[in-house]
Design a protein around this ligand. Structure first.
Ligand code: F6P
Length: 551
């Protein structure tokens, strides 16, 4: 096998390059016209998720070549390494064991001499006990009121998972608790939330793996100080919880040890919803539903670990992504859920994917010469199709789409709307695949009584190239179980792509750089420092900000 940094020199890669040339001019519309079995051959069901990947520019041979590439980059061994706790985060020399958090078998796993399965179980037990007390209203605020509001103070992975999952699963709420999320340091965000709560009946959860993220700590300190001013120091033990991997910093903040829930270095921030970071979700949906959420992810883990690559859902999604990114030059991927409750799934995936695979240095520390993680964007389907979908259909970029559609077993008045959602997703997928030829456009205009001359010119504008790929993921319902599986599906897709690209999907040094610059620039904005040493754009803007403030 060739060294991993030479992935583009592998014969398997070159075979794909040659194959792409062969099929680049073929149109999916023709494949569908001649093959009524395409859906049967190119769909896969795992648990409560069905993936239709028939509308892709692939043949069975493409998939075989992609599987060959995955074997050439030792994916089977890498998957084992991920689950076994190898230091897959090479720059920080840590494993990435989000899978251990949902291992329903609690298989013992030693990391630095500690059985992490026991640590995880102990923490989950504490989360369940706290949830039971809050639901039973025996956990009371400082003035004796039971908790009715929960405010999560956190950002990035300490925000996006909890907010996305509580939105997605709000139909599964088992209590009347109200949930709020403060992520931005913008006062407008903070005051909007604080106006909606009853401070005496609010549990504040400070979620920060590092317990040092500036936005989170600023919000936590201000809110904590104001609560202490109103209700005295005792409010901390009754109404403040910390979730962190840095317990000593939380203790220094004033949080008592019994209110600190651990997170560990072996869990990345963007992979942490399965840990105590998921506490708001457990408080909303209860312990049984939370267990189902973990079980859904566990089942996807099991599938990922054991299924043959050609029948492996995360692997298929990853291969298709690599196929378009590296062989068709597609740099963007759209995520389009036709489900209002999944609208936060897009920013969630933006962090999961772009923070993981937005890298230009390989594991050996060399610059990579090929494209890695794509730009992830999207919008809830109904809104997106009346906005940016124009570019998906007729723009110059090839943008593969993942449509996410949710089924429903209930028969109710909502069915008509639900039918429309499903039909909308399917019609978008079909339009992207088929497109519209000049002859079709012209004939339709003539049939609509347009004069021939006008029809000739108008038809040119109505040509839609088609041949634009999409996957459709159909969830049998939006349940704790299916959501757990869906998140795990994308986590593993991202991992597989990181393996192919030979990058570390578990660090984020670029983000760290922004964090490093912030304190010094903040000092300049606050006028505590001369801004001479900054670049002229930063200095010029700071000067302008001060001028406006003083005017
Ligand atoms: O902004 C980048 C980041 O480091 C993310 O990876 C992380 O999820 C987020 O900040 C929040 O970090 P913390 O949980 O340590 O406050």
């Amino acid at each position: 096998m060739q060294p991993m940094n030479k992935v583009t020199e592998l014969t398997e890669w070159q075979a794909l390059t040659g194959h792409q040339r062969e099929i680049a001019t073929q149109h999916m519309r023709d494949w569908f016209a001649h093959d009524g079995q395409r859906f049967s051959r190119f769909h896969l069901k795992v648990g409560d998720i069905l993936l239709d990947y028939s509308r892709n520019r692939i043949t069975e041979h493409t998939l075989r070549l992609l599987c060959d590439l995955l074997h050439a980059v030792s994916l089977p061994q890498k998957i084992q390494g991920l689950f076994n706790g190898d230091s897959v985060n090479t720059t920080e020399q840590r494993p990435a064991l989000h899978t251990a958090l949902r291992d329903r078998l609690h298989s013992p796993l030693l990391i630095e001499g500690q059985n992490i399965a026991a640590l995880i179980e102990e923490t989950q037990q504490r989360m369940r006990a706290l949830t039971a007390q809050i639901h039973a209203k025996t956990w009371k605020g400082v003035t004796g009121k039971p908790i009715s509001h929960v405010v999560n103070i956190g950002i990035g992975g300490s925000y996006l998972g909890p907010v996305m999952c509580t939105q997605a699963l709000s139909d599964f709420a088992v209590s009347d608790l109200q949930f709020h999320f403060i992520s931005s340091v913008d006062q407008a965000h903070v005051s909007d939330i604080l106006q909606r709560i009853d401070p005496e009946a609010t549990l504040f959860i400070i979620s920060s793996k590092s317990f040092s993220t500036l936005e989170t700590m600023t919000n936590a300190q201000r809110i904590h100080a104001s609560m202490c001013e109103q209700f005295g120091e005792k409010v901390t033990e009754k109404q403040f919880i910390a979730i962190t991997a840095c317990a000593e910093k939380a203790r220094a903040f004033g949080i008592p040890q019994e209110n600190i829930y651990p997170l560990w270095d072996f869990v990345g921030g963007r992979y942490s919803i399965w840990s105590a970071i998921g506490l708001p979700l457990m408080l909303m949906i209860g312990t049984e539903h939370f267990a189902a959420f973990l079980a859904g992810a566990y089942e996807m883990d099991h599938h990922f670990k054991h299924a043959d690559f050609s029948q492996n859902m995360p692997v298929l999604l990853a291969m298709l992504g690599v196929w378009y990114t590296n062989f068709f030059g597609a740099n963007v991927q759209a995520i389009v859920p036709y489900a209002y409750r999944l609208r936060y799934f897009i920013p969630y995936l933006q962090q999961a994917d772009m923070e993981s695979n937005g890298k230009n240095i390989n594991v050996q520390g060399e610059a990579v010469s090929y494209t890695t993680g794509p730009v992830i964007f999207g919008e809830e389907g109904c809104n997106g199709q009346h906005a940016y979908h124009q570019l998906l259909h007729q723009g110059q970029h090839l943008i593969p789409v993942d449509f996410i559609v949710v089924g429903s077993k209930k028969s109710s008045e909502a069915d008509e709307r639900h039918d429309m959602l499903i039909a909308s997703a399917l019609s978008q997928a079909q339009a992207l695949m088929r497109g519209k030829t000049y002859a079709e456009a012209y004939n339709a205009l003539i049939a609509a009584q347009y004069p021939a001359e006008l029809a000739k010119t108008r038809a040119k504008h109505q040509v839609v190239p088609g041949n634009r790929p999409s996957n459709t993921l159909f969830l049998e319902g939006l349940t704790p179980h299916s959501l757990g599986a869906l998140i795990a599906l994308y986590e593993h897709k991202i991992f597989v792509q990181g393996v192919v690209w030979n990058i570390n999907s578990f660090d984020q040094w670029g983000v760290e750089l922004g964090k490093q610059f912030l304190p010094a620039i903040l000092q300049h904005v606050q006028g505590q420092n001369d801004h001479e040493q900054m670049d002229c754009a930063t200095a010029g803007m700071i000067h302008h900000v001060k001028k406006i403030r003083e005017s």
